[in-house]
Design a protein around this ligand. Sequence first.
Ligand code: KG4
Ligand code: ZN
Length: 353
Amino acid sequence: MKENNKDILILGIESSCDETAAAVVKNGRQVLSSIISSQIEIHTQYGGVVPEIASRKHIENIDEVIENALVKAGVTFDDIDAIAVTYGPGLIGALLVGVAEAKALAYALNKPLVGVHHIEGHVSANYIENTEFEPPFLCMIVSGGHTHLVRVSDYGKYEIVGRTRDDAAGEAFDKVARAIGLGYPGGPKIDAVSKEGDDKAYVFPQAKIEDAPYDFSFSGVKSAVLNVINGLKMKGEEIDVANIAASFQKSVVDVIVDHTIKAAMEFGYDKVALAGGVAANSCLRETMKKACEEKGLTLCYPSPILCTDNAAMIACAGYYEYINGTRHGLDLNAVANLKIGTRLEGAKKGEKA
Ligand code: KG4
Ligand code: ZN
């Protein structure tokens, strides 16, 4: 979509966790550049993200990451129409770096500022490669911090039909990976090692929540894995990493697919999307694809690099906010526990409850 037939270029900035990222996206869906500076190597030494280190690394990296994004896109700040930045949810110190940078740029360059919800960014990653894909659809968001089954009725319009009661799906992957000695980040490692394992070797529980059929709980499966590991250790037996990983992965994937398909049927959707870091999981992608084919549903998921944190998705979500009139002031603040669908007070237009 264009305004007065002029291309709209959005600079996206993302720093909510351990990736410092910047991207330039044209007309919402065409990625001119997407630079991701990952801190994984640093945090791996500690077995997980250390918030204070993440913030410091964002500060060190952010200027260069933004500059690289502009150079790679072949544009200058003058060409940018608006600056979109993740303002929540995420690690507060990490978010603040991106928000402060975006505000400084918006002020110095006199450009509009658009705060973006990180999870809306993940959902929007689906628009980038699938240029025809549009709301309404049902989206299963599975990241390191969130597990939400969401009705996307329009750009920026979300209604949550299910959410996790405890751990997020990615968190469960990371915790189980640590327990079976695979280290951080656990999701991709479990994905890889599961290919060598038998997913029927163990039967791990799938929690059902009586009054909320689309809610999730992953703490039970995590505890069951820990029990198996402790049992094997006590008997002096070897921990069969591949079989445990594959069985755990199957249990998580099956419940995600089951809830998604049931909700799609109940609410009458013909389109389903996956979003978030765990959407990169090969077993989830295959199982969901098969289930959607059986029910005649169209399935959309981003390339793995667009599933995990990046700024192209933030620029994409920011574009739709921008053309809807959302503008944030220089009082935009980072919000660690920002809820999906909420907007900061003071967003001038396009404000939603
Ligand atoms: O969306 P994301 O990059 O960050 C958050 O917003 O949380 O998600 C990161 C999560 C981590 O828990 C990571 O282990 C998981 O996504 N993840 C995966 C895979 N790739 C990343 N989980 C399962 N299989 C994968 N291939
Ligand atoms: Zn994320």
